[in-house]
Design a protein around this ligand. Structure first.
Ligand code: MN
Length: 202
């Protein structure tokens, strides 16, 4: 038997991101939705372990698709909680080499914000916007991830993510996804995003 995933604790309180994300919205998102991906992935590993121990056959195609969805959900949510911070607790914009890389690629931080927001608002159905980085070209790149695992570039390190599933914002913003995206910029933890970038380069 192998190891299993666990739900990480948030690095702040459930009410700490208000008014941009309400306590009830954040708590249900973390305790119910994120937990469901952790439990979903672990349940699949239990099935895999059992089938391997018993020597029984599995629908490998279906199970791997489901596993990718749950693990993707778990990892993206973990990144998401880490790249948020209470308003005013982190730098309001990127600094250091991350700021330089963003300016070089997009022309300015404002232009990056505009493109990222457009990606976020226009994700079809449920998905994510992400800032990632290609080590081959040294170019930051915006990903528009569908579900938790579609349109991801292999090996590109994800630096910043924004959850655009309705479960992330519907209690607070109803159908107004663009309002949620606008609010997101107030609670980005740019110190953590910069730390991820420097860690990737070392
Ligand atoms: Mn979510």
């Amino acid at each position: 038997m192998g190891n299993f995933y666990t739900l990480p604790k948030l690095p702040y309180g459930y009410n700490s991101l208000e008014p941009h994300i309400s306590q009830v919205q954040l708590q249900i998102h973390h305790e119910k939705h994120h937990q469901a991906y952790v439990s979903g992935a672990n349940a699949i590993f239990e099935r895999l372990d059992k089938a391997r121990a018993d020597g029984t056959d599995l629908d490998v195609k279906a199970i791997l698709k489901e596993l990718s969805f749950h693990i993707g959900g778990h990892l993206l949510h973990t990144l998401f909680w880490g790249n948020l911070a209470p308003a005013g607790k982190a730098s309001p914009r990127p600094s250091g080499i991350l700021a330089t890389a963003i300016d070089k690629e997009f022309g300015s931080f404002e232009r990056f914000k505009k493109e990222f927001s457009q990606a976020a608002v226009s994700v079809e159905g449920s998905g994510w916007a992400a800032l990632s980085f290609c080590m081959l070209t040294n170019r930051p790149l915006i990903m528009q991830i569908e579900k938790h695992n579609v349109n991801i570039y292999p090996m590109f390190r994800i630096l910043l993510v924004l959850d655009l599933w309705e479960h992330a914002y519907y209690l607070d913003y109803k159908n107004l996804r663009a309002k949620f995206v606008e609010a997101f910029w107030n609670i980005v933890n740019w110190d953590e995003v910069g730390r991820r970038f420097e860690e990737m380069l070392h």
